[in-house]
Design a protein around this ligand. Structure first.
Ligand SMILES: [Zn+2]
Length: 487
């Protein structure tokens, strides 16, 4: 069971390091800007004027002269797939491709050097709207670019495009049916295009891929943690791990090699059938917890996904455009009943739960499930989370407040995916996505984050786009929803 992290006590004795004559943004409630800071054993002992802090120094204290430079607290990313970002660092990079030809050229280049049994996989950090053709490449084009390799292009967290060899390796037949929550997109003639939406459909392709070697995974994690440190990030919530994906974190922690404090949430799938629900409940009861008082690595509870992303968020009013006309309101990833019963069990057992919800109808069903859980065992003070909560409606906020919920908001999703929201949801609804001002005015606690690798992880991009509502490919969206007072 998760317990709160104990507060660090302030160590006594002369500081190890002091920083003097700078602009220290304390970001405390008074908005105070200090000149100097004293640090011992990694803990801040004091902030104050340069003369006050200089007096604390002992003979072995390291003095750093800031010369008016600014120092601020580091960033805590509330939703960051750090493992996935790390493993993606060496994946095929499509972020600079301007048309389908350039996408295929990058795939072809990788195929020329990759051993034939190696999968060609891209990072998810690109968008089809950046291409002149404004569409995904299709399976035939990928077959021509890499006839001898299985190819899987990720795009964001809810879409992949694969070639014929990848379908073969995963035993996906031409007549594959869409599972609940997933779509194998077909062309006008009924053939698979290679575009697959939703984990429920593409998990079976991912499972056919060899998993990374432990040393590869640990090296990727160390590398990405360094990159995060360089961008100012020192803490993340890693929101969607399986137990097997956690081993490399434990190994790094044991060797004292972590440089980003990590709170892991574990992926649970309550599903649609009684069997799926039982499996999820069984895992919930069996799971071993990590020590909760380790400041570097701890278990942060349960992660569930209630609906899809841009293309398949579960929404009240039908999509403006959809790849699956049979489900014009998008897709749930779990039935209403299973979601509720799972949350009741989790609440009684003392777990903390966070649920991905993009569409307004998904937010409705998450609030229904949380209310049922609250009736079974109160959620007050337990910080159950609404993850993303992108299409929030005014009536959601009082319900969330009554349950003492928190929002983990990822403005970079709006930044990265706005062109898709405009296409699938229509330009009017796209303006309302991720209404940060409404979150704050509702009085709920909001934790900002990125959703890397779907988005850039650099926090300053997220903060800038939160204030300006500027997006990558679709211009300013919903400027009145900026949290900035100056607008
Ligand atoms: Zn995510």
């Amino acid at each position: 069971m998760t317990q709160p992290v104990p507060r660090l006590s302030i160590p006594n004795g002369p500081p190890d390091t002091i920083l003097l004559n700078g602009r220290l943004l304390t970001l405390d409630s008074s908005g105070r800007v200090a000149e100097a800071i004293a640090i011992r054993e990694g803990v801040i002992q004091a902030v104050g004027s340069s003369s006050e802090i200089a007096e604390m120094a002992g003979p072995n204290t390291r003095r750093i002269e800031l010369d008016s430079q600014t120092v601020m607290p580091s960033f805590f990313d509330s939703h960051n797939h750090m493992r996935g970002t790390g493993l993606g660092l060496d994946a095929v990079d499509l972020s600079r491709a301007k048309d389908i030809g350039e996408v295929l050229a990058v795939v072809e280049q990788r195929a020329a050097v990759a051993p034939p049994d190696e999968w060609i996989v891209s990072s998810g950090r690109w968008h089809e709207e950046q291409l002149v053709e404004q569409r995904f490449p299709n399976r035939d084009e990928l077959d021509r670019a890499a006839p001898n390799h299985a190819v899987l292009l990720r795009r964001g967290g809810h879409n992949v495009v694969v070639n014929s060899r990848a379908f073969e390796r995963a035993s996906v037949p031409e007549e594959a049916t869409n599972p609940p929550g997933g779509t194998f997109v077909r062309d006008g003639g009924g053939s698979l295009t290679g575009h697959v939406i939703g984990g429920a459909a593409f998990q079976r392709i991912l499972r056919a891929m060899p998993s990374p070697m432990p040393e590869q995974e640990e090296a990727a994690l160390k590398k990405v943690m360094r990159a995060y440190n360089a961008a100012g990030i020192t803490s993340v919530i890693e929101p969607d791990l399986m137990e097997s994906e956690f081993t490399s974190y434990r190994n790094l922690r044991e060797r004292n090699e972590m440089t980003v404090r990590t709170t892991a949430m574990f992926r649970f799938v309550p599903g649609f059938t009684p069997e799926e629900l039982e499996r999820a409940k069984f895992r919930l009861e069996k799971r071993e917890f990590l020590p909760a008082n380790d400041p570097w690595l701890r278990a942060g509870g349960v992660k569930i996904t209630a609906d899809g992303g841009v293309e398949t968020g579960f929404i009240r009013e039908p999509f403006a455009y959809t790849d699956d006309p049979r489900e014009p309101h998008g897709k749930r990833y779990a039935s209403e009943e299973n979601l509720q019963e799972f949350c009741i069990v989790a609440s009684r057992a003392g777990w903390q739960v966070g649920i991905h919800c993009v569409g307004d109808a998904a937010i409705d069903s998450v609030l229904d499930a949380y209310e049922a859980a609250h009736a079974a065992a109160p959620l007050t003070g337990r910080r159950w989370a609404l993850i993303h909560m992108m299409a929030a409606q005014p009536e959601h906020f009082p319900r969330a407040r009554a349950l003492d919920l928190v929002i983990t908001a990822q403005q970079p999703l709006q930044y990265t995916l706005a062109a898709g929201f405009r296409k699938y949801w229509g330009p009017e609804r796209a303006q309302h996505i991720e209404p940060l001002r409404a979150y704050l005015e509702s009085g709920l606690i909001v934790g900002g984050g990125s959703d890397s690798p779907v988005t850039p992880y650099e926090p300053l991009i997220g903060i800038w786009s939160s204030v300006t509502r500027e997006t990558h490919l679709a211009g300013v969206q919903g400027p009145g929803r900026s949290p900035s007072k100056r607008r």
